[in-house]
Design a protein around this ligand. Structure first.
Ligand SMILES: NC(=O)c1ccc[n+]([C@@H]2O[C@H](COP(=O)([O-])OP(=O)(O)OC[C@H]3O[C@@H](n4cnc5c(N)ncnc54)[C@H](OP(=O)(O)O)[C@@H]3O)[C@@H](O)[C@H]2O)c1
Length: 230
């Protein structure tokens, strides 16, 4: 007798537009149930999507909203938990001229808050599941030879470091841990000059995530599945 293949569920955090919205569409197309989050003022595009979608509101920097969503999802199983949300500062701003407030905004959004979301929801991910975050090639310390995008780079390098610490704290954990670099993509953040369209990045990025299902430990990969040096 054939057993029915249970539908998998992904929680995609920061899915209101750009790469997160495209990942939502891609997982729906692949037959997954998607719980996709956006900030309260940015829910329109998510709510217009058809399919096995639950749209939830979440600002990842607000601990109360993280706790409320965690309470709403109590008892759920997440085959994948993925935090995509991120921000950048003005590209021309170096560490020499960034304001403390702006530095804190980028660091808290890109490094601390994704980890807080991961810490809050990770117990909903079973042993066979995947926990990931959207990093960037800019987060690679080894690849930083031209020094541009300093503050943003620092925030993604910090995210990478926190994921390595999470992995070290869960050394015997069979789950797959991923830091993904989507390439330079034409979104609000990437801008119109970026090398890749969303369609050139996201389906391949999701293929890569699926190819790593069941491979425990932490992997830092680009959208084509190439290992990115730390
Ligand atoms: N595009 C690229 O070339 C590129 C390259 C490497 C890495 N990345 C990374 O990929 C991810 C997505 O980038 P993107 O290009 O799609 O950027 P985007 O178009 O600017 O979208 C950013 C997403 O993050 C969400 N977000 C920002 N702050 C948030 C917060 N405090 N709480 C919840 N959600 C928040 C935004 O929600 P709202 O709509 O509410 O603002 C939006 O959904 C980011 O982590 C980015 O650093 C992008």
């Amino acid at each position: 007798m054939q057993t029915a293949h249970p539908q998998k569920t992904v929680l995609l955090v920061g899915a209101s537009r750009g790469l997160g919205l495209a990942m939502t569409e891609e997982y729906l197309k692949r037959g997954w149930r998607v719980i996709a989050t956006g900030r309260p003022n940015s829910m329109d595009r998510l709510r217009r999507l058809d399919g096995a979608l639950e749209a939830e509101t979440l600002d990842i920097t607000l601990a109360g909203q993280v706790a409320d969503l965690r309470a709403r999802l109590a008892g759920r199983r997440l085959d994948m938990l993925f935090v995509n949300a991120g921000v950048k500062n003005d590209d021309r701003e170096t560490i020499a001229d960034v304001s403390t407030d702006e530095f804190v905004r980028v660091m808290v959004t890109n490094a601390l808050s994704p980890m807080r979301v991961i810490e809050a929801f990770q117990d909903l991910v079973p042993a066979s599941g995947t926990i990931g975050a959207m990093s960037s090639g800019q987060g690679s310390v080894a690849n930083n030879v031209n020094g541009s995008y300093e503050v943003y780079r620092g925030s993604k390098a910090a995210l990478n470091m926190f994921m390595r610490s999470f992995a070290a704290r869960h050394a015997d954990d069979p789950r797959t841990l991923l830091l993904m670099a989507p390439g330079w993509v034409r979104t609000d953040m990437g801008g119109p000059e970026a090398r890749l369209s969303i369609e050139e990045s996201i389906p391949k990025l999701v293929d890569t995530i699926e190819a790593y299902e069941g491979r425990s430990g932490l992997h830092y990969l680009d959208y084509l599945g190439r290992v990115v040096p730390w």
